[in-house]
Design a protein around this ligand. Structure first.
Ligand code: HEC
Length: 129
């Protein structure tokens, strides 16, 4: 009996959690649909592919890793503000200021910088209300 009520408690708690955080659910859905393909194409080869140690400590294989960011440039994602999100700022440099030391992907790499359209998608995702 005790076990059953614990289970009921657990189930209702998760239901409340899901209901209270529709934003997180929407973010994850948009991530899988629009953002992950971009990162898999331009970033993942150096940031965690095949379990290799991610460059700069930036693990781009999970949403948690993207949020956390790397060793020096602060949070990967600050929800609501792309200008405080290294995932965005370094990608932006990568597309518009290729010579910058921190530009991602690095100039000398074979990976393609993000297109204007992809940058806009990334920004909209980070800043979605
Ligand atoms: C060819 C390899 C390569 C690719 C591709 C690449 N990076 Fe990096 N990245 C690095 C290296 C190396 C570092 C470590 C810092 C440095 O030496 O510049 C780094 C560091 C980072 C950091 C952490 C900075 C810090 O210290 O906080 C972020 C964020 C980042 N990259 C984002 C990206 C994004 C976004 C893409 C795709 C648009 C990308 N990278 C593609 C090699 C790469």
């Amino acid at each position: 009996m005790k076990r059953l009520s614990l289970l009921a408690l657990f189930i209702s708690a998760s239901a409340v959690f899901a209901a209270e955080d529709p934003k997180a659910a929407a973010r994850l859905a948009a991530f899988n649909k629009d953002i992950k393909p971009i990162i898999d194409k331009s970033c993942i080869s150096c940031h965690g592919k095949d379990g290799k140690r991610p460059k700069g400590g930036f693990n781009a294989t999970t949403l948690e890793g993207l949020e956390k960011g790397g060793k020096e440039e602060g949070k990967g994602i600050t929800w609501g503000d792309a200008s405080k999100s290294s995932l965005y700022t370094l990608s932006y440099e990568g597309a518009t200021a290729r010579d910058q030391e921190k530009a991602m992907p690095p100039k000398k790499s074979k990976s393609e910088p993000l297109t204007t359209d992809q940058l806009a998608k990334l920004k909209a995702w980070i800043e979605a209300k």
